[in-house]
Design a binder for this molecule. Structure first.
Ligand code: SF4
Length: 316
């Protein structure tokens, strides 16, 4: 299948003063296939949000490329750029911060419709009502302001705003982590339903592997700016190969007490090292219980070690 998005040798570095460089995304290669959900997982500081933002052009890459429908997104201009800005949308972690408090919900949703000249007058109003209903709200909500809504409803408004311009590809940056646990599943289910209905492609960014499991077809695990493992969601949960993925998965509670007793908890020692001047060799070496001499010398490349299962580790 042809990839909708191709990320090629992508680097995003930030100068943080005194000659120090923060390597937030460091040589990432990924492909996203039309219609799939790619989960992007890792602890805070692993570069997942920077990667998401670089894909949607909120950041310029330091090196490498992002191709959308075969075109380099950071080189787009004119009509092609306008089309990209319509086809690619982002859903943010904090729905409240991303909604203008002085605009009504109808105007928030209508803004993109106007920018792209999609509908006018009555058709525009009908489209706003249709979008509200698509996300589980109703037309009475159109004249109200963001502060009148709960966190879950605000995220629904954020989703309606993203859908208003009929996108193909959505980068969802931790869309549920700011919500109450009781609401999280509802928003996840809504995103899944919309994907089916509207044939959307998602990148779903999260720090929690258990949640990503249910939404993703494939999962990329990131650690300090690198993708360290990439495979199907099922494979990742059944046969995690990278020691970091194994540790992340071992921290997820298993409901069955029998299995829980058998399951070994792998505790991650120490904190994530700083992405400023990261260590040479494998960036996970300091916390890895299998580390061997080569690990601190040579950086492991992401390799396909089983069919469609990629891992960056000297054990394989
Ligand atoms: Fe551990 Fe070495 Fe593999 Fe890194 S390359 S995860 S240090 S075994």
């Amino acid at each position: 299948r042809i990839p909708l998005v191709e990320i090629k040798n992508l680097k995003k570095y930030f100068n943080v003063g005194r000659g120090a460089v923060l390597k937030a995304v460091d040589n990432v290669n990924l492909q996203i296939i039309e219609g799939e959900t790619l989960g992007l997982v890792g602890e805070s500081g692993c570069g997942k949000t920077t990667l998401g933002r670089t894909i949607v052009r909120l950041y310029e890459p330091t090196a490498g490329q992002v191709l959308f429908e075969g075109k380099n997104v950071h080189k787009l201009t004119g009509q092609q750029l306008k089309e990209f800005n319509r086809k690619v949308q982002m859903i943010f972690q904090d729905p409240y911060a991303s909604l203008n408090p002085r605009m009504t919900v109808g105007d928030i949703i209508g803004e993109g419709i106007d920018i792209h000249g999609l509908y006018k007058n009555k058709e525009r109003t009908d489209r706003i009502y249709e979008l509200l209903s698509l996300v589980g709200l109703n037309k009475e909500h159109a004249n109200r302001f963001p502060h009148e809504f709960s966190g879950g409803q605000r995220q629904r408004i954020g989703i309606a705003r993203a859908l208003a311009v009929e996108p193909k590809f959505i980068v969802a940056d931790e869309p549920i982590s700011a919500l109450d646990v009781s609401i999280q599943a509802q928003v996840i289910n809504l995103l899944m339903e919309l994907q089916q209905k509207l044939k959307l492609t998602y990148i779903f960014i999260a720090h929690d592997l258990s949640m990503v499991k249910y939404v993703s077809d494939r999962i990329a695990v990131m650690y300090l700016g690198h993708v360290v493992e990439l495979t199907t969601s099922e494979d990742l949960h059944n046969r995690p190969l990278h020691p970091y993925t194994q540790a992340l998965l071992s921290a997820i509670p298993v409901p069955d007490p029998e299995t829980e007793r058998k399951k070994e908890r792998i505790l991650l020692e120490g904190d994530v090292p700083s992405p400023i001047n990261p260590p040479k060799g494998c960036r996970f070496a300091k916390r890895c219980r299998y580390a061997k001499p080569i690990c601190t010398e040579q950086q492991p490349e992401l390799k396909e070690v089983e069919k469609n299962h990629f891992v960056a580790c000297h054990l394989y």
